[in-house]
Design a binder for this molecule. Structure first.
Ligand SMILES: Nc1ncnc2c1ncn2[C@@H]1O[C@H](COP(=O)(O)OP(=O)(O)O)[C@@H](O)[C@H]1O
Ligand SMILES: [Mg+2]
Length: 273
């Protein structure tokens, strides 16, 4: 018999070559356990919905997976390498990108600037470089313009013509599109979206999800984890769902399976009261 908990063993067996394998992941903040021995996987090219009531640990999972928080214990193997202990920059460079629950755009800056900020770790920036290697800087700048243009063309072609306008002149849905483009600039293998529909109308959410599905079709092998409250979005776009409650996985399966699960219904009823 293995010393590993049963859930860890069954999850590992279910996904022998997952892009991400999470084993007994625990994150404590003082006396609060935000993630409690979480076991899950994310397959290559899969779109996984991460659900659960407020405070169930969804954002914390993203924060641990992107290196913002260091897990108290457990393991996250991404692309055959342990993530825990790596810096956010290292994890980003290895192909994990995210958007944040609250918008993180600099409103006075242009679309281009906001998208390129996401990739600053890759840039040969720095004062000396800029002063003494003007030509090289110009070439790098031009290559970024081309990269951003290509990306906007895939994701949202109408934004190309407005690339050098300040973000504050754009609607909420366009701002979200810009944030997703920023995350995609590094051409990640794993894209983490934290409640992208927050603050948007139903129709805007539908349109944004169409864009995301479209991008997924064009960028091969991109895996996506989506935190989302709108159930019809989850139903439409995810291959599989994982439901958290108090930092524990309480259900996993297709949308139809998890919505029929009494544990899930109880967890959400608790929140509504
Ligand atoms: N940096 C932090 N310090 C202390 N507690 C935190 C921190 N981040 C999250 N938490 C707590 O962890 C729990 C899970 O939070 P979070 O992951 O943000 O939930 P969700 O995204 O599912 O709504 C909550 O109780 C929250 O208050
Ligand atoms: Mg959250």
């Amino acid at each position: 018999m293995s010393a590993l908990p049963k859930s860890a063993v069954s999850d590992a067996l279910a996904a022998p070559q997952a892009l991400v394998q999470v084993t007994d992941l625990t994150m404590r903040f003082g006396g609060l356990t935000a993630l409690d021995k979480l076991n899950m996987h994310i397959g290559d090219g899969e779109v996984v919905g991460l659900l659960g009531p407020n405070g169930s640990g969804k954002t914390t999972f993203f924060n641990v997976l992107t290196g913002l928080y260091k897990a108290s214990s457990g393991s996250i193997i991404y692309n055959n390498t342990e993530v825990i202990g790596q810096t956010p920059q290292e994890i980003y460079r290895s192909g994990v990108a995210r958007t944040f629950q609250r918008s993180r755009l600099s409103l006075p800056l242009t679309v281009f600037d906001n998208i390129v900020i996401g990739d600053y770790q890759h840039m040969n920036q720095g004062l000396l470089f800029n002063l003494f290697q003007r030509k090289a800087f110009r070439a790098e700048y031009d290559s970024y313009v081309a990269k951003v243009e290509a990306l906007l063309n895939i994701f949202s072609p109408p934004l190309v013509a407005r690339m050098f306008e300040p973000v504050e002149t754009f609607t909420m849905i366009d701002r979200r599109r810009i944030e997703v483009c920023r995350a995609l600039l590094s051409r990640p293998r794993l894209l983490l979206l934290d409640e992208p529909s927050a603050g948007m109308t139903h129709d805007e959410t539908e349109a944004l999800m169409d864009d995301i599905l479209q991008v997924r079709g064009k960028l091969e092998n991109l895996s996506i984890v989506l935190i989302e409250h709108e159930m019809n979005v989850i139903e439409r776009i995810t291959d599989r769902c994982i439901v958290l409650n108090y930092g524990k996985k309480i259900a996993e399966g297709t949308y139809a399976e998890i919505t029929a699960d009494p544990n899930v219904q109880t967890a959400y009823l608790g929140e509504a009261e």
